[in-house]
Each structure stands twice: as structure tokens, then as C-alpha cells.
Ligand binder design. Structure first.
Ligand code: PHE
Length: 341
């Protein structure tokens, strides 16, 4: 039996040296090593051998088995690499790649972009690193004016072309209003969504990085009713046909008059609930008629043209819509949160 085993081993090693095909190799492996293969065939009579011989033959058989198994494995690996280079089975089911999805803020932003473009608004972009001029001055917020206190600002340690420190991370999307006026003149209809930054002590309602969607419409004879109409249409689009809008006076330096916009709570329909803190109203935007100084900054004649502007906090819209209680979740990168959308 010893001899038979040695012979088989040699024969297999010789054959392995010449096999070049993966499938031939696999068949051959079964023929030799399989349950009914040649190795098993030789060892069939092992149990009937005398005790001493059984031990020594058994050990040899085992050594050979281990050695050959390793050789088969080695060659299979080498050939299967070649196989995958040369042959592609298009009928095998593919590996499933899990697809990502849009961030909830992007979903709302896309939705509002579609809505406003359907009303003839352009969608514009502006820089996130903004000059003090566009972020404040051009919007009728001069240096040292107390209105600057409304926005906690990241001032940037970097000089402009004139050698002055005047860069800020934009605190709102309103600077793009002036950029749009300078570039396109009047009449003008555009929205400007984007990221904004404030040096906030963060908590569930305040975040240092957040999103706004600014809107601007300028033309001859534009008035407060036009503004209310657009904002009512937007509110209905967001929260349903029944939604009502309430405007209450609020000071913003770049509009006159300025308002805070609220919509009837879409959960309790104005009855009062937890979401609206029992007021029946949800505050979702700031707006107003563009201040003549802002039109002038944009190179537009306030005697001839009027306009209105509005700004939505996108984070807030999403929080209200999905009942999210902590604004910090948006930038957390926490998949347990993000995967829900
Ligand atoms: N820029 C204002 C803010 O961030 C919002 C606003 C935009 C108000 C346009 C009026 C008009 O608070």
C-alpha cells in the first residue's frame, strides 16, 4: 500500500506540472482527492491491515493528502487568476452595490429649485467665503452698525487685494442678491440656495454651518402683494393647499418694510400643538421689499425699479417637515440618521 501511495503521489505531481486549464484541474482534483477518488480507493483496505502497519500507512497517507491538497490549492489559485483575466461570465448575477441617496436638505433644495424654476426664477450660486462688503456693507449694514450683532460672524484671517482684512464666511445667502443685480441688472427673478456660517454656540436649534434659500424679484411696479403671492404659493407647495401665511413686521437692514413669515402649522392646522409650541404658526422665512440702498449697491435705479427678497432656512424647513429635533444631526454624518431619508 505504501508503494501504491508513493506512486500515486508522483503521478499527481507530474500531472500537476502540465495542467494548464482551471476546469481540467478541478475535474482532476475530484478524480484523485474526491470521496470516491483514487486516494480513497487505495485506502479502502486500510482498516483491515495489522495494527502496526495501519499506523505507519495511515501517517504516510495523511502526509501525502496534506501535500497534494496544498499543491492543488496553489495551482487552482494561479489558474483562477488567469481565468478571471481571460473569461467573463456575463450571465452570473452581479454583486449588489448599495446605492447612496440624497441628503434630506438636498432633497428639499432640489424640490424648491424645481418649484421656483417653474415660476421663471433662475437658480444662482455665490461664494461661501465672502467679502465684508457683499455680506454687510452692500446690504445696508455699515461697519459698527448694531445690526451686525444679529449675525455672529466668522471673520477670516486673510487680506484682500487691497491689503485689508475683509473676508468673512457668509452669514446668509443675501450677498448673492447684490452679486446677481450687478451681473444681470433689472428685471430679475432668481433664487440663490447655499451654505451659510455663523459663529454660534451650537445647540439643538443652532449650528455653525447651515443652509438658506434666498429669493429676489426685481421689476417695475413690484409690490408687497407680489411678494405675498409668491410666498403663499411656496408655503402651499411645501405644506399643502390649506396652508395660510402670516407676515409680521421684522427689521432687516436690507429690506423696508421687513417681515417675518409664518405658516399655519401643518400638523394641528392652527389649533396649537407641540411642533408650533401651541401658537398654531411656524416661522419659516424672513422677507421684505428691497431697500433702495441695496438696489443702488446692485447698480439698479430705485426710482425706476422695486423688488422684494426673501430667505428660507432650509434646515428649519426639513426639521419641521420630518419632525427632526436636533439641527446638529444634519452635519453629523451619522448613517443611522441619514439612512432614514
Ligand atoms: N438674510 C436674512 C437672515 O439670514 C433673511 C432675509 C432674507 C430677510 C431676505 C429678508 C430678506 O436672517
Amino acid at each position: 500500500m505504501n508503494e501504491k501511495l508513493q506512486k500515486l503521489k508522483q503521478e499527481v505531481l507530474d500531472n500537476l506540472a502540465i495542467i494548464k486549464d482551471f476546469y481540467v484541474l478541478k475535474d482532476y482534483e475530484v478524480r484523485i482527492m474526491g470521496r470516491k477518488g483514487e486516494l480513497a480507493e487505495i485506502l479502502k483496505d486500510l482498516p483491515s491491515l495489522p495494527e502496526e502497519e495501519k499506523k505507519s500507512v495511515g501517517k504516510l497517507a495523511n502526509d501525502i493528502k496534506v501535500e497534494l491538497t496544498a499543491k492543488f490549492e496553489e495551482l487552482k489559485n494561479a489558474l483562477s487568476k488567469k481565468k478571471s483575466e481571460g473569461f467573463f461570465d456575463a450571465t452570473l448575477p452581479g454583486e449588489k452595490i448599495s446605492r447612496g441617496h440624497l441628503h434630506p436638505i438636498t432633497i428639499i433644495q432640489n424640490d424648491l429649485e424645481d418649484f421656483f424654476t417653474s415660476l421663471g426664477f433662475m437658480v444662482l450660486d455665490g461664494p461661501e467665503l465672502e467679502s465684508d462688503y457683499f455680506n454687510f456693507e452692500a446690504l445696508n449694514i455699515p461697519k459698527h452698525h448694531p445690526a451686525r450683532d444679529m449675525q455672529d460672524t466668522f471673520y477670516i484671517d486673510m487680506k484682500n487685494q487691497a491689503g485689508e482684512y475683509d473676508m468673512v464666511m457668509r452669514t446668509h445667502t443675501s450677498p448673492v442678491q447684490v452679486r446677481a443685480m450687478q451681473k444681470y441688472g433689472a428685471p430679475l427673478k432668481s433664487i440663490m440656495p447655499g451654505k451659510c456660517f455663523r459663529s454660534e454656540a451650537t445647540d439643538v436649534r443652532h449650528e455653525h454651518t447651515f443652509y438658506q434659500l434666498e429669493g429676489l424679484m426685481i421689476g417695475e411696479d413690484i409690490n408687497l402683494s407680489n411678494m405675498t403671492g409668491i410666498l403663499e404659493a411656496t408655503a402651499k407647495h411645501l405644506y399643502g393647499k390649506e396652508t395660510k401665511v402670516r407676515l409680521r413686521p421684522k427689521f432687516f437692514p436690507f429690506v423696508e418694510p421687513g417681515v417675518n413669515g409664518e405658516v399655519t402649522c401643518f400638523i394641528c392646522r392652527g389649533q396649537g400643538c407641540k411642533l408650533c409650541k401651541n401658537t398654531g404658526w411656524l416661522e419659516i422665512f424672513g422677507a421684505g421689499m428691497t431697500h433702495p440702498n441695496v438696489l443702488r449697491s446692485g447698480g439698479i435705479d430705485p426710482e425706476k425699479y422695486q423688488g422684494f427678497a426673501f430667505g428660507f432656512g432650509l434646515d428649519r424647513l426639513v426639521m419641521i417637515k420630518y419632525g427632526i429635533e436636533d439641527i446638529r444631526l444634519f452635519n453629523s454624518g451619522d448613517l443611522r440618521f441619514l439612512n432614514q431619508f
